[in-house]
Design a protein around this ligand. Structure first.
Ligand code: ZN
Length: 153
C-alpha cells in the first residue's frame, strides 16, 4: 500500500489533550439554559465525534431547563445530589455522589434539579436540544455552540 501523506491524512491520530481542572476558571453557564447560578468548565470538544465534555458546579436549588439529549451521555456526579427525569419519586433517577449515570439518545429531561451543592462531569455524544413546553427548539447546543459559549465567557 502506498502511504503517501495525502492518502492517509484522514487517518492521522488526533492530538491528545490534558486539562488540569483546577487551573481553569469557572464560567457562568449561559442564561436561559438554567435556573440559578450554574457554572461550568468546558474540558474538551471532539469535532470528529460531535462529543463535548464539561464539568458543572450547581448550587443547591439550581436546575437545567428542559432539554433533549440528541445523542447519549454519561455522567459522574462527584459531589452532591441530582434529580434526573423527576428523580426516583417520579420515575427518574436520583443521583447521589459518587454516582454514575447513562442517559440514552433522545432522553428528555424536563428539569434536572440539584437539591444540594453539587458537581458533575459529563460527556455529551451529540448536541443538547433545549426546548419549550411544546417541544420547540429554544437552543441547540452542539460542540461548536459549547465551544463558542466557553470562548466568549
Ligand atoms: Zn439531561
Amino acid at each position: 500500500m502506498n502511504n503517501t501523506s495525502h492518502e492517509v491524512s484522514h487517518q492521522n491520530p488526533l492530538e491528545g489533550r490534558y486539562v488540569q481542572i483546577e487551573k481553569l476558571e469557572w464560567a457562568s453557564f449561559p442564561e436561559g439554559l438554567c435556573e440559578g447560578p450554574i457554572k461550568w468548565k468546558l474540558l474538551n470538544v471532539s469535532p470528529e465525534t460531535g462529543a463535548w465534555t464539561a464539568i458543572f458546579d450547581c448550587p443547591a436549588g439550581s436546575s437545567f431547563n428542559r432539554h433533549v439529549h440528541i445523542g447519549p451521555g454519561e455522567y459522574f456526579l462527584t459531589k452532591g445530589y441530582m434529580e434526573v427525569r423527576g428523580g426516583d419519586d417520579d420515575g427518574g433517577s436520583t443521583a447521589i455522589a459518587p454516582g454514575y449515570g447513562y442517559e440514552p439518545c433522545n432522553a428528555q429531561h424536563d428539569k434536572t434539579y440539584f437539591k444540594e451543592d453539587s458537581e458533575f462531569y459529563m460527556t455529551f455524544l451529540g448536541p443538547l436540544n433545549f426546548i419549550d413546553q411544546d417541544g420547540n427548539t429554544l437552543a441547540l447546543v452542539t460542540w461548536q455552540g459549547a465551544q463558542t459559549a466557553w470562548e466568549i465567557k
